[in-house]
Design a binder for this molecule. Structure first.
Ligand code: ADP
Length: 271
């Protein structure tokens, strides 16, 4: 396999005149008894950004998200959040949900209002209205009375996005939202995310699927234990960056044009 020198990190469009919505500074995460999952990662997310975190399996994408959510403590470095944590909505890759539990989509979305409703109190009309709006924004109004386990993968993701909206999320963080979702549902999900972003939501999601990243995200953060590159896709999704992320690059020619094919040759446990 080709050996690459560690590149200078590309950071583009990083305005510094005002505080970022989220700023990671020199973030390092070590799991107990394990190798370093993230090392010296720094970046800024501005309000209204839509960022795809890319990298091979084991690159540290979920670790970064968990650290951001405060679910695990960095070994060193800091996160500066200029948004209350309760306004950060999270859609996990695998919700810890008993899918056979008799709970409807509407019930799940209402859970996003739990903080506003208060313990042991019934939802009021205003909470019902918030749930109606959240369901409508993700195109799930017609499915609100379905048992949650009856939904397809893409519909489940949309239901959990609606829960985050009911929670009044300003930032939406999704861990591999497209995995296990068929291509039609991926397009629906992407359309929902685009609409929410246009409405002002800041969106940060991880994906190992490069096809979904090309041309769809205004910013891309390339991660492989360290930050490889961050910025606009045309500056990040280069042959050099992709070969650093995914391993060997084969160059072929199609209709007289050079086409790069990346061989995803390893899981990144020791990268
Ligand atoms: P990705 O989301 O990009 O696939 P992860 O953040 O899940 O990557 O994993 C990054 C590295 O941290 C991998 O080497 C993985 O094996 C390790 N790792 C992830 N979770 C744990 C854990 N709970 N305990 C120990 N090591 C972990």
């Amino acid at each position: 396999m080709a050996v690459f020198e560690r590149p200078a990190v590309i950071q583009i469009s990083q305005e510094r005149a005002h505080p970022a919505l989220i700023e990671a500074r020199n973030l390092t995460v070590n799991y107990e008894g394990d190798d370093t999952a993230l090392e010296d990662v720094s970046f800024r997310i501005e309000r209204g950004d839509q960022v795809a975190i890319i990298g091979p399996n084991g690159a540290g994408k979920s670790t970064l998200i968990k650290a951001l959510l405060g679910l695990l403590r960095p070994s060193s470095g800091t996160f500066e959040l200029n948004v209350p944590r309760e306004h950060i909505g999270y859609v996990a890759q695998h919700e810890a949900v008993d899918w056979t539990f008799p709970v409807s989509v509407r019930d799940v979305v209402m859970m996003g209002c739990a903080r506003r409703i208060g313990w042991f109190k019934p939802p009021k009309r205003e909470h019902q209205r918030i749930v109606d709006q959240a369901l409508a924004r993700v195109g799930m109004s017609d499915f609100q009375h379905r048992q949650i386990g009856e939904l397809s993968g893409g519909q489940r993701r949309r239901a959990f996005i609606a829960r985050a909206l009911a929670q009044d999320a300003e930032v939406l963080i999704l861990d591999e939202p497209f995995s296990g979702v068929d291509s039609g549902a991926q397009a629906d999900l992407m359309a929902v995310l685009d609409r929410l972003n246009r409405d002002g939501l800041t969106i940060l999601l991880s994906t190992h699927d490069l096809d979904l990243t090309f041309g769809r995200f205004p910013k891309v953060l390339a991660l492989k234990r360290t930050l490889i590159a961050y910025g606009e896709p045309q500056h990040v999704l280069t042959a050099e960056t992709l070969s650093q992320l995914y391993g060997q690059r084969l160059v072929t020619w199609q209709n007289g044009r050079e086409v790069s094919v990346f061989v995803d040759d390893h899981h990144c446990t020791n990268c």
